[in-house]
Ligand binder design. Sequence first.
Ligand code: UDP
Ligand code: MG
Length: 328
Amino acid sequence: MNNPNETIALIVPVFNEEENIAPFVTEVERVLSDYLSQIEIVFVDDGSSDNTAQKAIELQQDKSFINLLQLSRNFGKEAAVSAALDTVEAAAYVIIDVDLQHPLSTVIEFIHIWQTEKIDNIYGIRNEKYISSLWFYRLFNRLSGRVKIPVNVSDFRLIDRKVVEILRTLPERNRFMKGLFAWGGLKSRGVPYIQAERKTGNTKFNYPKLWNFALDGIMGFSTLPLRVWSYFGGFVALLAFIYMLWIVAKTLIFGIDVSGYASLMSVILFLGGIQLVSIGILGEYLGRVSEEVKRRPVYVIADIVGDMATNNGKNGCGVILEKNKNDD
Ligand code: UDP
Ligand code: MG
C-alpha cells in the first residue's frame, strides 16, 4: 500500500465501459510513467451491467496500483465520484473519465502545478470556441451569488486533499460537483485542454439528463428563481392598481359599458400562466427539499478491491457495506 500522504489517486467513474478499462490503464502506464510509484487508479464501478468490474479485477491481479470501488447499482457519475472522494485517502485526487477524452498529458500539467505552486483546485477548461453549455455557466454565475464556477469548466481536475476534506463536510444529497468544488474557495487555477473524441462506446448523457443536471446546479446554488416571483407579483399588482384607478375614473366620468372582454381574457390567461410557472418552480424546490430531508445515502459501496488506503467512510455521505471495513 502506498503512503497516503504521497498518493495521487486517479478517480475514474465507470459505467458499462468494459472496452475502455484496459486502454486507460495502458495509457496511464505510458504517459504517467514518471509518477507510477505514487499513483493509485481507483475505478468506481457505477453499477455496470457488462464486464467492467471483471476487467478491472483481472488487471488488478498483477497491477497493484489498480483499485475498484463497486457501487451496488447505478447512482450516477457525481455519486460515484463522491463515493471515491469520501473513501480513498490520498494527497491529491485527479477526477478523470475512462474514455480518454481527458488527456493524461494534461494530468502531468496538473500534478506539476500542484507540486510547484501549491494550488489546491486545478481544473481543466475545454478549449473550444463554441460550447452548447455556455449559457448555463453564464446563468449559473448570475444566479449563484458568491459561488462562481469558471465558464467552460470540466469535472476533469486535480484537487488537493484539503478540498476533499471540505467536500466531506458538505452534507447535501444533490451533488453538483462543479459548484461544490468552487464552494470551498481554495486557490484555483484553470488549465486549457483539447477534449478528444470518445475512444469506444457511447456517451452516457443525453439532453434530458443534461437539462436535469443544469436544474440541479442552479437550484442547488440559488434561490433567485423562488424570489423573483414576489418582485414580479409586486410589479403586476402596481400596474393593476394604476389600471384600477383609471377604470374607476373612467366609469365615474363616462358611465358603465360592457366592453373589454378581450383585454380581460388576455390578462386572466397571462396571469394564470405566470402562476402555473411559479408554482412549478416552487415544486422543483420542494422536490429537492424533500430529497434532502430524507437524508438517504448518496451511494452504497458494495465491494472494495485493491489495497489503497481507505478511511472506512467515516465522514461520507454514503454507505460502505460492513464486510469492506477493516478493523484497525
Ligand atoms: N459515468 C458513470 N455513471 C453514469 C454515467 C457515466 O460513472 O451514470 C461515467 C462514464 O463511464 C465515464 C464518465 O462518467 O467514465 C463520463 O461519461 P461519458 O463519457 O458518457 O460523458 P461525456 O464525456 O459524454 O460527458
Ligand atoms: Mg466522455
